[in-house]
Ligand binder design. Structure first.
Ligand code: ZN
Length: 425
């Protein structure tokens, strides 16, 4: 009996771990003083994850410290951590974290950088000295210098670049099957330029001490067969919308939607689309709609026109690539709107009239009561699929609204219903 029990406990432990699997950690918060959006990957490599989490925490605490000092005059501050994550040759894990902080007190926003190259097989972090032969160092340094001069001719402080490049092991880098990428924090080596600087050099020009199989294999995405949905234009309708995903909880929400013959609209963050490609494809397959919620949850009313376009277009492209679906809707980050955002956006901007505030409170009964009170025919309800409790909220909400004879439609379906009703009147 004891043995069986042990085995049972062990199985629970395994499934328990799987359930908590976190592919990308997303934290989005806002108040009157500041807007926070943090995204970073969970790689399942213990040492790598610990280091990433430690650095993220440090960056965030530094920002909060800075804010605390000037709390009386601080407003409109923004803190954003964005990431890229790749595994090369099933062995080398690359993570780049870019931290943007604008506390409104400094003369300009800060862009900080953390890079991690982790060798899974050896369970160790790699520096540039680990991957480039010592005899090649000088050659590599002069290649980097030349490329920097070419790419950033107007703002480079050459003496500082030279000094930095001589600290070979400290140079930020990543690589893929074809190129090496070198990154620089702008304050270290430039004047009047604020973005992270990056250059690339083809692998064959560098003397490497490691073997990387050449040629990147682009994943092929098969066309998705979508389900046809039947909607009654005369029945009461609500559109359920989910922001900031996808996440590990999104599949559970899709199960519930399916159970109640409901469709939702998912306003996703672009930098998570490829990591959650299966979830994204399932959304489309089961008749849900996908909307654009920027690439890394930057505060869209604060960015330049070029950055706005990048945020939107990069997200459109990756959604189209993975799902075949082209979004026609945009939900502004932090719900922040202004005239120039309206003018810049070619996508239809979708807000909401019922806010569950599921990110703020843990009182599920209260959230449900308020939400049901405020919901009426034609409502758009705001939820977040990055919160575990949203699973419970959705299940109970659908049950209650279904009893009240609601059907659950996507935002575009709701638009069509409204148009039809206008036409009939
Ligand atoms: Zn959001």
């Amino acid at each position: 009996m004891k043995k069986v029990l042990c085995l049972f406990a062990f199985l629970l432990l395994i499934t328990g771990c799987n359930k908590q699997e976190n592919k990308v950690k997303t934290i989005v918060q806002k108040n009157n003083q500041m807007k926070i959006a943090i995204n970073y990957p969970i790689t399942k490599e213990k040492r790598l994850d610990q280091k990433i989490q430690k650095d993220v925490k440090m960056r965030y605490q530094n920002f909060l410290e800075q804010q605390k000092e000037f709390v009386a005059i601080a407003k409109d501050a923004e803190f954003n951590i964005d990431y890229t994550y790749d595994i090369i040759d099933q062995r080398y894990m690359m993570v780049v974290l870019k931290t943007f902080s604008n506390s409104n007190l400094l003369s300009s926003p800060m862009n900080d950088l953390d890079t991690y190259v982790f060798d899974k097989k050896k369970n160790k972090f790699l520096t540039l000295s680990d991957v480039i032969s010592p005899t090649e160092n000088k050659k590599v340094i002069s290649m980097i210098l030349n490329k920097l001069k070419k790419q950033y001719p107007d703002c480079l402080l050459i003496d500082r670049v030279k000094k930095l490049l001589n600290q070979f092991t400290k140079i930020h880098f990543t690589f893929d099957e074809e190129q090496f990428y070198f990154y620089f924090e702008p304050y270290e080596i430039s004047a009047g330029y604020f973005d992270i600087m990056m250059i690339s050099i083809p692998i064959e020009n560098l003397g490497l001490t490691i073997d990387i199989n050449e040629g990147k294999v682009e994943k092929e995405w098969k066309k998705i067969e979508t389900t046809t949905r039947v909607i009654d234009p005369n029945q009461k309708s609500v559109a359920l919308t989910f922001d900031d995903g996808p996440s590990v909880y999104t599949n559970e929400l899709l199960n519930i939607l399916k159970k109640y013959d409901a469709s939702g609209t998912f306003f996703v963050i672009g930098n998570k689309v490829e990591i959650y490609s299966d979830t994204m494809r399932r959304m489309v397959q089961e008749g849900n709609e996908i909307g654009n919620h920027s690439y890394n949850h930057k505060w869209l009313t604060k960015v330049s026109e070029q950055e706005f376009l990048d945020q939107i277009n990069q997200t459109q492209q990756v959604i189209k690539k993975v799902t075949g679906f082209t979004p026609r809707l945009l939900r502004p980050t932090y719900g922040a709107m202004n005239q120039s955002l309206r003018k810049r956006s070619e996508l239809k901007i979708v807000m909401w009239d019922v806010d569950t505030r599921d990110w703020e409170s843990h009182d599920i009964d209260h959230i449900l009561k308020k939400t049901i009170q405020n919901t009426k025919d034609g409502s758009i309800i705001l939820m977040h699929d990055t919160k575990k409790q949203t699973i419970t909220i959705l299940e109970r909400l659908l049950k209650e609204l279904k009893q009240d004879d609601y059907q659950f439609v996507t935002v575009s379906e709701l638009d069509k219903i409204k148009q039809l009703q206008k036409y009939e009147k």
